[in-house]
Write a protein that binds this ligand. Structure first.
Ligand SMILES: NC(=O)c1ccc[n+]([C@@H]2O[C@H](COP(=O)([O-])OP(=O)(O)OC[C@H]3O[C@@H](n4cnc5c(N)ncnc54)[C@H](O)[C@@H]3O)[C@@H](O)[C@H]2O)c1
Ligand SMILES: [Zn+2]
Length: 276
C-alpha cells in the first residue's frame, strides 16, 4: 500500500527524505505555490540538502507538452540521474505533470507528492494517474506511476483561495455519493466549508476511500471506474472551457458533470428525481 503521511509537514518531509535513498533532489512547484507554500518548507530542504527548484506557471493551461519539455530540460540540465528524487509540491496540475515527468525521465525516477489543494489531497495526488493535456483534450497523454509517498497535511491549505476549496469540495461530494451514506451526511452539514476540522475529517475519509479503491484496481479495469462518476461530462466541460481560454476548476466541472449524469439517469431510466 502506498505510504500516506499525514502528520506535521516538516517532520513528514524530513522523515521521507531520510527514508528514500536518492542522489540529487529536485522540487517542482508552480508560481502561486512557490509564493505561498514553498517558503514554509525551504528550511527542511536546506537543512537536509540542497534541492533544485523547478517552477512552472500556475494553471491548467500550463499542464501541457511545452511545460513538460521544460521540466525534462531542468532535470537534465540539473544533472538528474535514475537515482534522483522529485518532490511535486502543488495542486493537481503539479502532481499530474510532475508525476509524468518523473515517470518518463530516464525511464522513471522516484517522486513524492505533497498536495497543496483540497482537490489534490483527496484525489489528484493519490492513485498513480499522471499526465498532461494534449490536443485540446484533458489528460490525453500520461502513465500510471505511483508516488513513493504522499504527504498530506492541512498546513498548505491556509492560503488556498475559496474558489479552490469549493473545487476540492466538488470531488468530496463525488466521493460521498459513491462511498458511504455516513460521509454523505457529513458533506450535507452546512458548516463543512467554514469549519476546517469538519472539512479535514471528510478529506481523510475521501483519501482512504480512494487509496482503498486504487489499491484494489490500480489500472482501472473495473472498480476504479467508480471514481470517474461525473467526469465524462465534467471533462468535456473542462476541455471546452480550456479551448475558450476561460478555464473552470476541475471540481466545478465535476459537480456539473454529476448533475448531467443524474439528469441522464432520470431521463433514460425514468427514475423519479428522489431516486437518481
Ligand atoms: N491524477 C488524478 O487522479 C487526478 C484526479 C483529479 C484531478 N486531477 C487533475 O488535477 C488538476 C486540478 O487540480 P487542482 O484543482 O489542485 O488545480 P491546480 O493545481 O491548478 O491548483 C489550483 C490553483 O490553486 C493554486 N494553489 C495551489 N495550492 C495553493 C495554496 N496552498 N495556496 C494558494 N494557492 C494555491 C495553484 O497555483 C492554482 O492556481 C486537473 O488537471 C485535473 O485533471 C488529477
Ligand atoms: Zn476528478
Amino acid at each position: 500500500m502506498l505510504p500516506l503521511r499525514t502528520e506535521n509537514l516538516h517532520a513528514a518531509l524530513a522523515a521521507t527524505l531520510e527514508e528514500i535513498p536518492h542522489s540529487g533532489l529536485f522540487l517542482l512547484t508552480d508560481s502561486n505555490v512557490a509564493t505561498h507554500v514553498l517558503p514554509k518548507i525551504l528550511n527542511v530542504l536546506t537543512d537536509k540538502e540542497e534541492a533544485r527548484i523547478i517552477e512552472i506557471p500556475a494553471g491548467e493551461d500550463n499542464k501541457n507538452l511545452d511545460t513538460l519539455t521544460r521540466v525534462w530540460g531542468s532535470l537534465s540540465e540539473g544533472g538528474a540521474t535514475r537515482n534522483s528524487l522529485l518532490i511535486n509540491l502543488g495542486g493537481g496540475v503539479v502532481t499530474d505533470l510532475g508525476g509524468f515527468a518523473a515517470a518518463s525521465f530516464k525511464r522513471g525516477i522516484r517522486f513524492v507528492n505533497i498536495p497543496t489543494t483540497v482537490l489534490g489531497a483527496v484525489d489528484a495526488a493519490v492513485g498513480g494517474k499522471t499526465g498532461i493535456d494534449f490536443n485540446g483534450l484533458k489528460n490525453e497523454i500520461g502513465a500510471f506511476a505511483n508516488a513513493e509517498c504522499v504527504i498530506i497535511s492541512s498546513e498548505p491549505l491556509a492560503t488556498l483561495p475559496r474558489e479552490e476549496i469549493l473545487s476540492g469540495f466538488g470531488e468530496i461530494v463525488k466521493t460521498a455519493m459513491i462511498s458511504s451514506g455516513e460521509l454523505y451526511q457529513k458533506v450535507l452539514d452546512d458548516r463543512i466549508l467554514s469549519d476546517m476540522n469538519l472539512l479535514q475529517d471528510a478529506m481523510a475519509e475521501c483519501v482512504s476511500f480512494k487509496a482503498r479503491v486504487t489499491e484494489e484496481d490500480p489500472h482501472e479495469s473495473g472498480l476504479r471506474k467508480i471514481l470517474n462518476f461525473g467526469h465524462t461530462a465534467g471533462h468535456a466541460f473542462e476541455s471546452l472551457m480550456l479551448t475558450r481560454h476561460a478555464p473552470v476548476t476541475h471540481g466545478c466541472a465535476v459537480a456539473n458533470g454529476i448533475l448531467v449524469a443524474r439528469i441522464l439517469r432520470h431521463l433514460l431510466l425514468s427514475l423519479p428525481p428522489d431516486q437518481i
